[in-house]
Design a protein. Structure first.
Length: 202
């Protein structure tokens, strides 16, 4: 009869991922202040000591959790399409899938609510989130030849227009709890605005 060995040790990244998942669930359900590191450790299935080996305090845990939510999966924006306008359209879809997801909206609310006591948290969230998404759009627009752009504007301005038209108001409404985003409607908006702002390939 084969002996069952000990389960393999978790790597530091795996431990952090387990703590992030537990903390995110607890923070979003009850609020940052009402959750203790003890409760996070129990929910993550590890000792409090192990959690403190990973994070010096709850504030550091929150900041790293917010930062980790913007690590795009490798190849997230890759596509086999050779058409740069189609690549931009797909980039916008990836972006709205993330920005308008329930998880991201919950983390946005958390970052906003905790920014008065966790200085720099909101700025970091904007920089890592909106800033990185916007930069990805700018890079995609730069790949589109000038002759295919209806508006002869700098890529940064076009990126701002695209972000505002697809995510801006919808994200604000979701954060305020007034309207949940309808991704099918957002996809239709992406198709319409991309078709209006860029000429088809000749």
């Amino acid at each position: 009869m084969a002996r069952v060995g000990r389960p393999p040790e978790m790597s530091t990244q795996e431990r952090k991922a387990a703590v992030f998942a537990a903390a995110e669930t607890l923070f979003c359900a009850r609020g940052y202040e009402k959750v203790t590191m003890d409760e996070i450790a129990v929910a993550a299935g590890m000792s409090k000591r192990t959690v403190y080996q990973l994070f010096s305090d709850k504030g550091e845990l929150l900041r790293e959790l917010i930062s980790s939510s913007y690590i795009w999966p490798e190849g997230a924006f890759e596509t086999t399409s050779a058409d740069p306008v189609e690549r931009l359209r797909l980039c916008l879809r990836v972006m709205v899938d993330h920005v308008l997801s329930p998880r991201h909206i919950g983390l946005c609310r958390l970052a906003i609510s905790e920014s008065p006591t966790n200085h720099g948290l909101a700025d970091e969230f904007v920089e890592r989130g909106i800033g990185k998404s916007r930069e990805q759009l700018i890079q995609s627009i730069r790949r589109i030849p000038l002759k295919r752009r209806v508006l002869q504007l700098p890529p940064a301005i076009i990126a701002g227009m695209l972000y505002g038209a697809t995510c801006g108001l919808r994200l604000t409404s979701a954060l305020l709890g007034t309207t949940e985003p309808d991704l099918r409607e957002v996809y239709r908006t992406i198709d319409t605005i991309v078709a209006a702002m860029f000429h088809p390939a000749s």
